[in-house]
Design a binder for this molecule. Sequence first.
Ligand code: DON
Length: 331
Amino acid sequence: MVQGIANWNTGQTQEWLQQYVDDWVAFYRKHTSDGEVASYIPVLQQADPDDLGISIIGKSGMTVRSGDTEIPFTLQSISKVISFIVACMERGVSYMLNRVDVEPSGEAFNSIMHLEMHQVEKPFNPLINAGAITVSSILPGKTSDHRLEPIYLLLEQILGYRPELNVEVYESERDSSMRNRAIGYYLLETGFLESDLNVTLETYFKQCSIEVTIDDLARIGMVLANDGMDTKTGEEIIPRQIARIAKVLMLTCGMYDASGKFATYVGIPAKSGVSGGIVAAVPPRVREETMPFTDGCGIGVYGPALGDKGNSIAGIRLLRHIANQWDFSIF
Ligand code: DON
């Protein structure tokens, strides 16, 4: 593998960067054997644990993609960022922040224990399941399809096409997710849920089952990196304040109880999902003008072999390497 910091100033053509990324993906693909694909949602177990791919899209549109770039996968927890953004756009920021907090929980994504132990006034944050299910209960609409509509519309605006629901994954989670039902009943008992539990869970399971590719994640990351603006048209797709809160949450809570380590070693707002996806938003930076993507970029990663915290094991290591090589940290 290419080691050390290269002199990026000597030329940053797409082909040149491509060679590096190809080399890094080949190296980190070997790390996939340190993880395992998620099995608690039965259909997710069909993923190939050796897969690893990355897409990086810069402000100018320059794209570097490598590895398994064409495999579709479901958003899973990455959808929590989108549903929170949509809920803020539909209901207002203060309404949402009165109902879900913005504090890291330090617990696993599906923890129920912390809700009871801390006797919280609201779920810790919208990126853990308790918070995300609460958000799904606040989205306007009587049916799950009504509630999902603004999520699809926002994704369509960002991606340029309307993504589809993976029905098999949805049904698999719906029929197996006893933990999320338990969290839902707890939220119902404590009065956190704003609407019917079954519709809420259906909404949550469906949002998790929206199918995307790493290019799609890179586009989402790019819009967030630019505070909600579409870099091609200059149009504001997500209000700046909401995009900023989303990035704060990604940085502090996006990797659950591995968020502190991710912030320390990678240092960019990012969100993972159990299907192996990671979306990352690299804002423009001024210090290292000799590095690639100084105007900011969006990154999408896919690597379904997960580490013990439920994040893509090789994906995180690959991101860490690239962030260090190209000085992506926001700190
Ligand atoms: O709630 C669940 O179990 C899944 N649908 C989403 C969890 C998830 O992606 C956690 N991320 N690492």
